[in-house]
Design a protein around this ligand. Structure first.
Ligand code: PLP
Length: 394
């Protein structure tokens, strides 16, 4: 971008013409429970990643407040200086036990975790393979590491294998989302794990959207496929999705974690998470197990949405997770339908390029255990009307 009078304004005008300008809204009236019985007048939201409804859970809030009263708000320093407190240490141990890994390391965000883990493990000449639709933070990590990024077609483990067989690099890392953030579908982890193991490559799974939701006990995509830490040696998770707080972790072998602690720049050179966030996250992890009805409920709501949408001929994908995209193609139509829903008190995000590939603009509808059945039925009816009122233009 040139520092030339008018260059930024011209670029902004161009975004606006293409209907790709992003607009923030100040969300004043967040409903504690997204129920139809709520008469607050606040919109019904179907776009948060708070899948289990833990972000406002009283026990999570209480853990946060108590820890803030005890330790203050800011951690005051990075982990390797004086920022690492008892709540952080306890959270690491809890995450290691929860994920069935030897150790875990907590980062201030998932974005930083992905940058820091890949940058530490991969050097310029190494081979880095990623699914085309991986989260931006995984793709951006390739730039920080200075490695050439090879992107294989979405969920195509055979294509990944072909790319690997021509490799000359000594060290290879394959990275994939567990559940894809804009599509809701699940990565073919068994095939990728076999491939990684046969080629002696690292496999990194970013399970931001699978943890807490998938698998018999909510342990995520690895549990869904019954894959252990040998099959998936590097597991990344975030706390800002199903666990309702913020921050992230990497879990793996003791040596992997010690190496990352020594080398990961986005771990070392940043202020440690507030201890109260660590305390709240510990409470949320416990609740995700103790209140397993939350996982069952959100998955039942997904089923209800899908059968209602099918009956109304709303176009769905194969996703079975709480991320249910409705593909609309053009950015203009996605925006128009999102606005039509908004007028009727329903908030659903229109996702446009560059977040998704050109021509695949969509509504990204997400569900939470805080929704109820009436809210789902209301969404289906209103969405069918909004789609009919805003047909695709040829
Ligand atoms: C949200 C998300 C991240 C980033 O996590 P933050 O903690 O929000 O920075 C990384 N990967 C995936 C797949 C995500 O969905």
């Amino acid at each position: 971008m040139q520092r030339d009078p008018g260059a930024l304004a011209a670029a902004l005008a161009q975004l606006d013409r293409a209907q790709l300008q992003r607009v923030r809204r100040v969300n004043h009236a967040r409903r504690p429970h997204a129920s139809m019985i709520d008469n607050s007048g606040a919109p019904l939201e179907f776009c948060s990643n708070d899948y289990l409804g833990l972000a406002r859970h009283p026990a999570v809030v209480r853990a946060f407040v108590r820890a803030a009263e005890r330790y203050g708000v800011g951690s005051g320093a990075s982990h390797l200086v004086t920022g690492h407190g008892p709540e952080h240490a306890a959270l690491e141990e809890q995450v290691a036990a929860y994920t069935g890994r030897e150790r875990a390391l907590c980062f201030s965000s998932g974005y930083l975790a992905n940058l820091g883990v890949i940058d530490a493990l991969i050097e310029r000449r190494d081979q880095l393979l990623q699914d085309r639709l991986n989260h931006a933070s995984l793709l951006d990590a390739a730039r920080l590491a200075g490695a050439t990024l090879q992107r294989y077609p979405h969920n195509d483990a055979l294509a990944a294998e072909r790319m690997l067989s021509t490799r000359t690099a000594a060290n290879t890392l394959i990275a994939t989302d567990g559940v894809f953030s804009m599509d809701g579908d699940i990565a073919p982890l068994p095939a990728l794990a076999r491939l990684a193991s046969a080629q002696n490559a690292w496999l990194l799974v970013d399970d931001a959207h699978g943890l807490g939701v998938l698998g018999r006990t909510g342990r995520g995509t690895c549990e869904h496929y019954q894959l252990d830490s040998n099959a998936v040696p590097i597991l990344i998770g975030t706390f800002g999705k199903a666990f309702g707080t913020c921050g992230a972790f990497v879990a793996g072998s003791a040596d992997l974690i010690e190496f990352l602690l020594q080398k990961s720049r986005t771990y070392i050179y940043t202020t440690a998470l507030p201890p109260a966030i660590a305390a709240a996250t510990r409470a949320a992890l416990e609740l995700s197990e103790a209140e397993s009805w939350r996982r069952e409920k959100v998955l039942a709501l997904v089923e209800r949405f899908r059968s209602g949408a099918l009956a109304r001929e709303i176009p769905l994908t194969d996703s079975t997770t709480p991320i249910q995209p409705v593909l609309l193609g053009s950015a203009a139509r996605a925006l128009a339908v999102s606005r039509a829903l908004d007028v009727r008190g329903i908030r659903v995000a229109a996702i446009r390029p560059p977040t998704v590939p050109p021509g695949t603009a969509r509504l990204r509808i997400t569900f939470s255990a805080n929704h109820d059945e009436a809210a789902i039925d209301h969404l289906v009816g209103t969405l069918a009307q909004a789609l009919a009122a805003n047909p695709a233009v040829a």
